[in-house]
Design a protein around this ligand. Structure first.
Ligand SMILES: O=C(O)c1[nH]c(=O)[nH]c(=O)c1Cl
Length: 310
């Protein structure tokens, strides 16, 4: 049984990575994911300048998932570009560089820096951070998405993916796919957290996190059906040249299998990684292999995207 997968010409020994934002803000955390059974690692979304992020408590693990309003705490673009370039030299498992500018200008400035750098790997432009006060998500504004991609592809010739939020209406998938299919995108990553949920502690009669009156992105088991639907909807609509990373609700090998069945090329783990740590990747590869063995599949291509219709 082989778990190898490739995305935009980049080969992964297995399809599993962390989700941007989880266990990836420092070189130590990034190294721990690379040292684990993960097939690769993605950096915390970088802003041009380092950021402290929102006030604490800003993350809460829950029985069925998690809520977070981190506010983009990160070491800044230079730190993550340096890490990505160093690990490209060392030929480790692939490092995906995630970017989340606070403005179109910042997005373009960081992309220009990547274009001029030695980094030739995958770049993930995060268009879906729900937690920066006063900053509406780009990805729910289709004109803004068109602007950033128009301007980026004027000069960017490397491998560019985008991180998308969950969409909940098929007309949105139709409209946005018509836009995305115009660009030489490496992939779309679906989904980011389900934005602006509210989790309350009935004992204290307060939200469980402090920023934004307790409103934060929801992850984990809560979002798996929405994540699978978004992966499936993009696979059905996007050019085959555009790959898909499936993110959302992955806790077991069967969850990984389901994302692949819906069409994912790679699968990312957020909430479950936050609670279990990088050892989860050994468990998930073992469990995925077991599912494949039971079903008689030898490679991911044997079943990727082959969800049957009823
Ligand atoms: O608050 C965050 O840092 C954050 N949290 C999320 O759940 N998704 C994101 O894209 C980001 Cl950037």
């Amino acid at each position: 049984i082989k778990l190898t997968s490739s995305l935009a010409g980049v080969t992964f020994a297995n399809p599993l990575l962390n989700a941007a934002g989880v266990h990836c803000a420092t070189p130590t955390e990034l190294d721990e994911v690379l040292a684990s059974a993960a097939g690769g690692v993605v950096t915390k979304s970088a802003t041009l300048a380092p950021r402290d992020g929102n006030v604490r408590p800003r993350f809460q693990a829950l029985p069925l998932g998690s809520i977070n309003s981190m506010g983009l705490p990160n070491q800044g673009f230079d730190a993550y570009l340096a890490y990505a370039c160093a690990h490209q030299q060392a030929a480790t498992a692939p490092v995906i560089l995630s970017l989340a500018g606070l403005s179109l200008a910042d997005d373009l400035a960081m992309l220009r820096r990547v274009q001029e750098s030695d980094f030739t790997g995958l770049v993930e432009l995060n268009l879906s951070c729900p937690n920066v006060p006063g900053k509406p998500q780009v990805a729910y504004d289709f004109a803004a998405v068109t602007r950033v991609l128009d301007q980026a592809f004027q000069f960017f010739t490397k491998r560019l993916g985008i991180k998308l939020p969950p969409y909940l209406d098929l007309a949105q998938f139709d409209a946005l796919a018509a836009i995305l299919n115009r660009y030489p995108l490496a992939y779309v990553n679906a989904i980011n957290s389900l934005g602006n949920g509210l989790v309350i502690d009935p004992l204290t009669e307060r939200p469980v996190i402090r920023p934004k009156g307790g409103f934060g992105g929801i992850g984990g088991a809560y979002v798996k059906p929405t994540a699978l639907a978004n992966v499936r909807a993009w696979r059905q609509r996007l050019n085959p040249t555009i790959g898909i990373i499936g993110t959302g609700g992955v806790r077991t090998g069967t969850d990984v299998f389901e994302h692949l069945l819906c069409g994912a090329d790679l699968v990312q783990v957020g909430t479950a990684l936050a609670t279990e740590g990088p050892a989860i990747f050994a468990r998930l590869t073992r469990e995925l292999t077991a599912v494949m063995a039971t079903k008689g599949y030898q490679t991911l291509a044997d079943f990727r995207g082959k969800l049957q219709v009823r």
